[in-house]
Design a protein around this ligand. Structure first.
Ligand code: PMP
Length: 288
């Protein structure tokens, strides 16, 4: 397996970065998780735009233009002969000293891992997922905006630990003032009275690429859509609930905090969107 590291393709075992890298010391960096389907990179432009936006938000200058980053991604995929892959692309502040000062870092570190994808077990897509509400609240946007896909994921990891302790795979994260924001690694949607709804990202959620794709599909399919501030009670009361993410795609939720949604079965609209999404992945991508 070859890894792209600072302009070179190196063997996985030799892909090493310094313990002085601020990505490691402080989680000072940004990243993307991208999927390829049968030799096509899904929504590549959107992922690149978000990566450069996240970097801009932390005043990290990525040392190459987007087109060169795309070339690097494709080069790495080809080197590993992968047609269905998960791409992890990261840019850290780079090698620095033991202080926080980003000005002391010589140059950003760029690495690209392409590997096989690990999805939730198939049964969750057929039968639906059980989730809980995490005790851990989502980062306050004025402290660390969840719209920045930074390498500082401890907030999400703490909520993931809440999920694991409850015996579930995912957990809902609320904003500091109790509104539903998103899950630890997925966005969340509900269907109520035939209308699709998801929290606005401004309250503290990542603007998911899959989220945007689902909103686009809903519009195309003539399904009503709006962003909505919701409490967890709105989820209990929903006709359907599902999660979206690059790795998860669309996954139905049938139980929240031990309360059954839609009689414990994936919803009709959720299943339709899952089908349409699968079709979208066959056409909406950059071939390599
Ligand atoms: N929220 C969080 C916190 C995430 O980490 C992710 C990505 N795994 C998502 C939502 C979903 O975003 P995307 O659809 O772009 O993968």
């Amino acid at each position: 397996m070859k890894i792209y590291l600072n302009g070179k393709l190196v063997d996985k075992e030799k892909a090493r970065i310094s313990v002085y890298d601020h990505g490691l010391l402080y989680g000072d960096g940004v990243f993307e998780g991208i999927r390829t389907y049968d030799g096509m990179i899904f929504r590549l432009k959107e992922h690149m735009d978000r990566l450069y936006r996240s970097a801009g938000a932390i005043e990290l200058k990525i040392p190459m233009p987007k087109a060169k980053m795309v070339d690097a991604v494709i080069k790495t995929l080809k080197a590993n002969s992968l047609k269905d892959a998960y791409i992890r692309l990261a840019v850290t502040r780079g090698f620095g000293d033991l202080g926080l000062d980003p000005r002391k870092c010589s140059a950003p570190t760029v690495f690209i891992i392409t590997d096989k994808i690990k999805l939730y077990p198939k049964k969750f897509y057929q039968e639906g997922l059980e989730i809980i509400t995490a005790k851990t609240r989502r980062n306050f946007p004025q402290a660390l905006d969840p719209r920045i896909k930074s390498m500082n994921y401890l907030n999400n990891i703490l909520a993931k630990i809440d999920a694991i302790k409850a015996g579930t795979e995912e957990a809902i994260m609320l904003t500091y003032d109790g509104y539903v924001a998103e899950c630890t690694g997925d966005n969340i949607f509900i269907v109520k009275g035939g209308v699709l709804m998801t929290p606005p990202v401004e309250i503290g959620a990542l603007e998911g690429i899959t989220r945007d794709a689902v909103i686009g599909l809903a519009k195309k399919m003539g399904i009503g859509f709006s962003t909505k501030l919701m409490r967890v009670e709105d989820l209990y009361d929903a006709d359907e609930v599902f999660l979206t993410g690059t790795a998860a795609e669309i996954i139905p939720v049938v139980k929240i905090d031990k309360r059954t949604i839609n009689g414990g079965k994936p919803g009709e609209l959720t299943l339709k969107l899952m089908k349409e999404f699968k079709e979208l992945t066959k056409i909406d991508g950059v071939r390599y």
